[in-house]
Structures are given as structure tokens and as C-alpha cells.
Ligand binder design. Structure first.
Ligand SMILES: [Zn+2]
Length: 378
């Protein structure tokens, strides 16, 4: 069941209201937008009393850690991140979503990350130091690898490493960051249950929440399978008295319909590269019209969203707003014809306007969901 939490973050007046969707970042920065545009995009959430969250993949931060260390600066200053943006750091890179972050070069001591300068081995201690000292995140996912393998031995090894690395992360001084434990175990129900039981012994005292991992990485995996894993994980967490902590899903490129379905089942924070991927392919999300009266028809899990392909020549002379009724800057101030022209001419402004629209739709849909949840549970 969807629930509304107010997650207190570092700083006096900063909270993240859930269910919340995280904006994707590239190298830690929200793509296509200046910090002024990010602030404008976040304005309605701020007025509601919430910050907006952004997911920062550690694998992409690694490129700039050396420079930041040399300059003696932290990531927020280095990338000019607005104060009211909640930073969530995790290992998984969006661009490597299909491969996850597991390679044969990983060991029980370290994980191997791909950078522009070749592969770099990182230990859980180094991960914690980099994240805590340089990024100062609000939420930090524990150091953990994810595998798409169905092999039981491989899954068990991944689980054992995640438990051992959770101990290291829990023992580290993470500043004000909320630590989130990773739940792995692939599609093996028994292994997932065993993993939750082993994690909770450490996480009960040291973690503010749990990330349901290894979703969106297997070939031919369906939305229904993901939903089942999420529901079972939540049920188990509730049965062992850990139901009130943050539940997070970071799963590559899930579409809006699926994200809302997962939020409706009780996931609090969701990360997706979807608005970025839509933008790169020249597409604009169209939010479904609000339901009328006693209309109860519901989409099935995983049904697609409605999108407009702005590469379509039929928009070349269409002077209507991109999405009628949308209140974003792009739709209020520009026509379909202009945005079609920008996309066709490969002008960067085209993607900027599309990203503003797509991110606005994602944030609006979750704000709308929050407003429909009457009372906070905790
Ligand atoms: Zn719009």
C-alpha cells in the first residue's frame, strides 16, 4: 500500500516527502539543466515542504574524485548542486544498467568499476570515504554488487559479499548520510529471504532503510516478476519489524506506469533513468488524464506510458503546445513545431526542453500521488 513518509535529511529544514522519484544524473549532474532550471523544476516540491532527490551513480563520480581531492573541494561545490537537491549515491550506473556492476574482476575485497581511464578497483572503505567526504549524500546505498545470473552459487556469493560489505559500511563514519542496506538474491525466493534475515541483524541498528536490488537487469524479466519480488521483500521486512524504514528501488529504466505501481505497493523512493532515455530518443511523456467520477479501470502492471515522438514530421507545422494542458516551461512557452525543428536540427535546446517536460511530468505524477495519500504513517 502506498504510504507517505517524511524523511528527515541533514540540515535543519530539509525533508524528503515520499513516495518520491529521483531525477537521474550524469556524472552527478542533472543532465541538460542549469542549477537555476533545476531549482525551478523543484519549486512545487519545495513549496510542499519537500526537497527533490537525485540519484548519483558512484561509478560515474569516480571520474572526478581525483580532481576534487586535488582541489580540496566537495562534490556539491564542485558541481554547483542546489542545496535543496537531495543526493542519493549508489554503486549502480544507469548507463551500465543491463550489465549491472558485476564482473569477474570483483573479489570479496573489492569491486571493479569501469572509468575512462580503465578499470578501477574500489574497496567498501574507499567507497564510504569517497561518498561521505566528497559527496556528503543524504542517502547512501551500501557498497554491493548486483548480478543478473540465475546460478545459485553466484547469487549466494553476491549475497555473502553484500552482508560483509554492509558491516564495513555500517562501521564507517558516514556523517549525516542515511545508510540503506541492499537486498539481493536474484530470482531465488529462498536466497532473498535468507539475505533479508542476515542483513537485518546489522541493518536494524545501523541502516535507515533497504534497497530492493537486482531488478531490471535480467534478460526477458517482466514487470510482474519485479513487482512480485518487491511485494515479497516488503512483506518480509514488515514481518520482522522493519516495515517503517525507507524502501528504495533503483532499477535502471523503469517507465512511469511501473514506478507508480511500485509506489502504490509501498516503495518510498524510486530511481529511474527513464526521463533521460525518453529525452535522448526525442520523446515527450503524456500524463494520463485524471480519472473521472467512479471510473475504476486500472492499467495492468507494466503497461506502457503514452509518449509523443517529437521526431515525427507531422509536428513540423503544428503550433499547439507540446502537451496541451501541461504547465511546464517547455509546453507553456514553445510549440510542437519549434521543438520538432530543434530535435530535427539536433540543437541541444531541443533536448533541454524535452528533459524539462519529462522531468516535470515525473515529479508531478509523484506529487499528485502524495497528495492522494491522506495521513502520514510515521
Ligand atoms: Zn510540458
Amino acid at each position: 500500500m502506498a504510504r507517505k513518509l517524511t524523511v528527515k535529511l541533514r540540515g535543519e529544514d530539509r525533508s524528503l516527502c515520499t513516495p518520491a522519484v529521483l531525477l537521474p544524473t550524469c556524472s552527478g549532474v542533472v543532465p541538460f539543466l542549469t542549477d537555476e532550471l533545476v531549482a525551478e523544476l523543484c519549486a512545487k516540491d519545495v513549496a510542499e515542504g519537500s526537497v527533490v532527490g537525485a540519484y548519483v551513480p558512484y561509478s560515474e563520480l569516480l571520474e572526478s574524485t581525483k580532481i576534487m581531492k586535488k582541489l580540496g573541494t566537495c562534490f556539491r561545490d564542485f558541481a554547483n548542486v542546489p542545496d535543496n537537491l537531495c543526493m542519493v549515491v549508489g554503486c549502480r550506473s544507469k548507463s551500465e544498467a543491463t550489465n549491472a556492476n558485476i564482473t569477474k574482476k570483483n573479489s570479496a575485497e573489492a569491486m571493479s568499476f569501469k572509468t575512462h581511464h580503465g578499470r578501477v578497483k574500489v574497496t567498501p572503505k574507499e567507497y564510504c570515504s569517497d561518498a561521505a567526504d566528497m559527496v556528503k549524500p543524504d542517502i547512501l546505498l551500501q557498497f554491493a554488487e548486483e548480478t543478473s545470473s540465475k546460478n545459485q552459487n553466484r547469487l549466494r556469493k553476491t549475497s555473502e559479499r553484500a552482508i560483509s560489505w554492509l558491516k564495513t559500511c555500517a562501521a564507517h563514519d558516514l556523517g549525516d548520510a542515511n545508510l540503506v542496506a541492499a537486498l539481493v538474491g536474484g530470482v531465488n525466493e529462498r536466497l532473498r529471504e535468507d539475505h533479508v534475515n542476515a542483513s537485518v541483524e546489522i541493518a536494524r541498528q545501523s541502516a535507515a532503510g533497504y534497497a530492493i536490488c537486482e531488478l531490471g537487469i535480467r534478460e526477458n524479466e517482466t514487470a510482474s516478476e519485479r513487482l512480485e519480488i518487491v511485494q515479497k521483500s516488503i512483506a518480509q521486512l514488515e514481518s520482522i519489524g522493519e516495515g517503517d524504514k525507507i524502501r528504495l528501488v533503483s532499477a535502471g529504466c523503469l517507465n512511469l506506469s511501473e514506478l507508480l505501481e511500485l509506489a502504490a505497493k509501498g516503495v518510498d523512493v524510486l530511481s529511474t533513468s527513464y526521463p533521460l532515455e525518453l529525452t535522448k530518443s526525442g520523446k515527450a511523456l503524456v500524463l494520463p488524464a485524471p480519472r473521472q467520477g467512479n471510473e475504476s479501470k486500472r492499467r495492468r502492471v507494466g503497461d506502457g506510458d503514452t509518449v509523443m515522438d517529437m521526431n515525427d514530421k507531422s509536428y513540423a507545422h503544428d503550433h499547439a503546445p507540446m502537451v496541451k494542458g501541461c504547465e511546464c516551461f517547455a509546453c507553456k512557452t514553445h510549440t510542437r513545431a519549434y521543438i520538432y525543428h530543434l530535435i530535427d536540427a539536433k540543437e541541444m535546446l531541443g533536448q533541454t526542453l524535452l528533459f524539462i517536460h519529462n522531468a516535470h511530468c515525473m515529479l508531478s505524477a509523484f506529487r499528485h500521488m502524495r497528495s492522494g495519500i491522506a495521513q502520514p504513517r510515521i
